[in-house]
Design a binder for this molecule. Structure first.
Ligand code: FES
Length: 107
């Protein structure tokens, strides 16, 4: 069963059994809190994930992500969890600016 590892949450592993879901849906179906201020509509960048490895298992960059890249609001190696569709193993980290205050991060 493929999994998403969250590096700075103590290498927490979230398993999923169906390809074609967004990273945010996988977080939510595993009960993992993750910031998503616009409700997963691709209109903010608060759901950003830093891709550590397994980026090849994500579908291509969406129009919404491209728009933020052009505006300089989404940097290289960062994807939006609500837009990035995951098809296999992935390792990510929460960027510093979008860490949730009630979670204990390991870096
Ligand atoms: S939750 Fe706003 S862009 Fe993903």
């Amino acid at each position: 069963m493929p999994k998403i590892i969250i590096k700075n949450l103590g290498q927490k592993a979230l398993h999923f059994d169906r390809s074609g879901q967004t990273v945010l849906s996988i977080f939510q179906s595993n009960g993992q809190d993750w910031m998503h201020a616009c409700g997963g509509k691709g209109r903010c960048t608060t759901c950003s994930i830093e891709v550590i490895s397994g980026g090849e298992n994500l579908d291509g960059i969406t129009d919404n992500e491209q728009r933020f890249m052009k505006q300089g609001k989404l940097l290289e190696g960062i994807r939006l969890a609500c837009q990035a569709v995951c098809n296999g193993d992935l390792e990510v980290a929460a960027p510093e600016r979008y860490k949730l205050p009630h979670l204990s991060y390991s870096d």
